[in-house]
Write a protein that binds this ligand. Sequence first.
Ligand code: AMP
Length: 288
Amino acid sequence: MQDSGIKIVKTIDDMHQEATRLGLAGKTIALVPTMGFLHEGHLALIREAQRHGDTVVVSIFVNPTQFGPTEDFKAYPRDFNRDLYLARSAKADVIFAPSHETMYDNDHETFVQLKGLPDFLCGPSRPGHFRGVTTVVTKLFNIVKPQVALFGEKDYQQLAIIRRLTRDLSFDIRIIGVPTVREPDGLAMSSRNAYLSQEERLSALSLYQGLQIAKRMVTEGEITEANRIKEEVSRYITSHPYTKIDYVALCNPSTLKNINRVKEETLIALAVWVGTTRLIDNIVLKPR
Ligand code: AMP
């Protein structure tokens, strides 16, 4: 299906054919996997993708296998026509929007699972989440056959896991991380921000501000004790209504293992419930 400049592909067979056609024409493919309800963060990935591939394929698929039984799969915001408009305005070439039945047969039984990286950060609160992510990304890599794939640093652990998956399974695909796009006041853009009430939106800003407190503690205060930084950030965030900390972690940016002291570049990552919405954010701390 062609929609004034953007091609819409809905089946795996059609996407295989499209990828083969592009390959024969000598075109490289850059893939931007998304769950739709696009925002400026997704559009930054699409624009960056144009610098790395001749054809930009955006997948839109709310992947059921990465949601836990009590999570927001059903409620997850969806608006295909709006996504189409935004993807077209960011100059994507192909939208791959398969149905659930297309992606998962009733008797699907193959999953891709990493051994270590999913155990950190979001892993304990979202059992099975990364197994769903690595399974669907593996399928997308096989279906779209990209040379390049782009992921946001906002989902830092996901990016680390995809890099490891790509290396371990020898995918001939370059993984590119794109910096987090934020609202003017600093809140990281997320499709889930749509769930927030006005008051919750005010409290949600405390995630970004908490990260900035950590940054100042390290760069201006020269404080290196991870526990002190965690306590200060947690105290600040929980002083805002509707917030409940899932975790605040300081860890090695490659291994994601907890660190006790900030001696070199350190990831500070957090997950916070704001009302019934779970939000994540992170920055890399660079000690002086
Ligand atoms: P999602 O639709 O939330 O699964 O996200 C699709 C891709 O967009 C993932 O690689 C995310 O990391 C990335 N992404 C989501 N929000 C942002 C953001 N605020 N800035 C940059 N990338 C983002």
